[in-house]
Design a binder for this molecule. Sequence first.
Ligand code: KG4
Ligand code: ZN
Length: 357
Amino acid sequence: MSKKPLILGIETSCDETAASIITENDEGNPRILSSIVSSQEEVHKEFGGVVPELAARSHIEKIDWIVQKAIDKSGKEIEEIDAVASTAGPGLVVCLSVGLSFGKAFSSSINKPFIAVNHLEGHALSPKLNSNLNYPYLLLLISGGHSQFLNVQGLGKYKRLGTTIDDALGEAFDKTAKLLGVEFPGGPQIEVFAKKGDPNKYNLPKPIFNKGGCNLSFAGLKTAILRISKKIKTEQEKFDLAASFQKTIEEILYKKTKIAFSEFQNQNITKEKIFVVAGGVAANKNIRSMLTNLCKEENYKSIFPPMELCGDNAAMIAMVGLEKFKLRQFDNLDYPAKPRWQLDEEAAFLKGAGVKL
Ligand code: KG4
Ligand code: ZN
């Protein structure tokens, strides 16, 4: 039997230091042997957001033992690793540089190929780690830095159908949480608050709801939350605002996903219609169940990564590394950090640029 590829993945694009070893089983399906994620929440919470220099320093302090831990936990030897895949962008340049340099040095020291990975491609392929997923599929990527609908046609082949023209969805969750007095990153806490609140208490705006195709916008919603949050006096009102915010997001995503479905179908003729939701916000249970129901109505198969693979991790980076390794798509050791690296080559790289409303 031929040796199965063993890939080391490294992720340091923002505030998670992560390393993972993955391989394939006999059926050719990916298998995670180890996935270590060390969050920096404690480092940044007093600042209300990620401080790039502190994040980079923390990556530098932790990267070698996180990688060592991933190798130890995998039960494999360093010499058995076939390639090293590091996130090269998008993200904070000082943070990206840590994992990128470490990955290059590591691959060179073991004399194995180096693979530069787009972080968004990691999220896009993360469901492949636990389910059989065939191209093409429609992807909704909702994280702290990105909110996009993409037509995924194959490895490296992405067509953007819609994007946010201002804030990312995770950012909207975090900012709302901050206005409700929750420390950064408060997104997950909104879900907890919302359970105790009345979703119909506040009528919030839905920017570009009736125009702009499947593009998204959350800035106006944030402004409304800011205005209302100033008048809030009781805990119950706080819960009601969280519930109203979450309900509004669900309504926006319901409508925009329906539009994305029809655009996706215009571009692809497939036997099976597949909808994948990835990124940190995909961990939100209300959003998951609303989108699952929509898929049932519209005859789509819905796929979500398991909770632990929704947020940033290195298994998803190793997953892209594995696919590229099999195609012998290796990179040189002078590969640069690309803080604004887009998945779709045609997309403008400025936030919101090129979006017609
Ligand atoms: O994908 P991710 O870990 O990092 C980026 O690449 O940005 O996403 C992090 C984002 C944060 O904004 C966080 O608040 C949000 O995902 N998030 C959630 C939930 N869990 C994480 N937002 C809403 N509900 C959740 N349960
Ligand atoms: Zn991410």
